[in-house]
Write a protein that binds this ligand. Structure first.
Ligand code: SIN
Ligand code: FE
Length: 323
């Protein structure tokens, strides 16, 4: 074969872009380059911590067709399902429905409960370094078409951002999310930009980091009191304050939104994927009908703790940012 006379100059990939890592083939066979489950778990965790997206082309646990059809059928028949629905595993309760005392709501709760348990069991086996070292957070059913969905600026999910939950501070622990596209015909479309290791220092500079926690005994006892009476936000560490500001600043920054390097991903029907959404800047551009389960993974369980957003920020600050 002749070399082309027009040699194209290879374009340099911007630093810190996420990669897609296929964990299984279409038949469900493992594609992980490891000889035993412990080595495989460490490899997968290091891929996640590097900001990569782990993908399973087919749902890797049982998900009955009748349950899928029930979820897909709801949008047309029940206006209450026009919102995202959250499932709280600790309370076995759903929120985001207008009425929770109907047979449909009971069935939805049962399906989300089963999904939550299946994802948890699957990841306990797959990601051995994290097993038992996470807090099971909410699951959700996302029946809305994301393309063109309107929302207030800070709630928009079509603008690249790092996740931060103002009502569930993590104190430096990590936000791991597992998604399933149950749409039988349509892909869910994401874009990702650079990871926190690249973008975090830039935003630390523009937003500024919270100062060190004062050793003042009065300030400490006021914080203790606020926590004791469960004042909203009382548990929020300097790290959480920064991450929340950063989430908002990214969405507000139209120059960043326009110029940040972007990679587009399509997750086809029945694809599953997982990602640390506190270190992968992500946005959803289109797609309808997804399920998702969130885990708050202890920062101590990381296989490369120095890559965590809190470690990146503490290196810059020179003092602790957790409570
Ligand atoms: C997000 O976390 O920003 C939304 C992701 C999705 O719903 O696909
Ligand atoms: Fe997000």
């Amino acid at each position: 074969m002749c070399a082309s006379p027009m040699q194209s100059i290879p374009q340099q990939q911007p630093t810190g872009m996420s990669q897609l890592v296929k964990v299984q083939d279409d038949a469900g066979a493992s594609l992980v380059p490891a000889s035993d489950p412990a080595e495989s778990g460490r490899w997968l965790c290091s891929q996640l911590e590097a900001g990569n997206i782990l993908v399973f082309p087919k749902t890797p646990f049982s998900f009955p067709q009748s349950d899928r059809e029930f979820l897909l059928g709801q949008k047309q028949t029940n206006s209450a399902f026009h919102k995202n629905v959250a499932y709280r595993p600790a309370e076995d309760r759903i929120t985001g429905l207008d009425k929770t005392d109907t047979p449909e709501a009971a069935r939805l709760r049962a399906i989300l409960s089963g999904y939550s348990q299946n994802v948890t069991q699957f990841l306990e086996n797959l990601l051995s370094p994290y097993a038992g070292k996470w807090k099971l957070d909410f699951a959700s059913f996302r029946p809305l078409e994301e393309r063109g969905r309107t929302a207030r600026l800070h709630a928009r999910n079509d603008l690249p951002h790092f996740d931060s939950f103002p009502t569930r501070p993590t104190n430096g622990d990590r936000i791991l999310r597992f998604f399933t596209n149950i749409n039988p015909a349509q892909s869910r479309v994401w874009v990702t930009s650079q990871t926190f290791e690249t973008l975090g220092p830039h935003f630390a500079k523009s937003i500024g980091l919270p100062g060190p926690r004062s050793a003042n005994p009065l300030a400490n006892s006021l914080r203790g009191l606020a926590k004791a009476i469960k004042l909203p936000g009382a548990n929020r560490s300097p790290y959480d304050q920064f991450m929340h500001k950063c989430h908002n600043a990214m969405k507000e920054d139209s120059a960043f939104q326009q110029t940040c390097p972007k990679q587009r991903w399509e997750f086809p029907p029945d694809a599953n994927w997982m990602v640390f959404t506190d270190c992968v800047s992500h946005a959803v551009l289109g797609g309808q009908y997804a399920l998702e389960q969130t885990f708050l993974v202890s920062r101590k369980a990381m296989v490369e703790a120095q890559r965590s957003p809190i470690a990146v920020l503490e290196r810059i600050a020179g003092y602790p940012l957790s409570n």
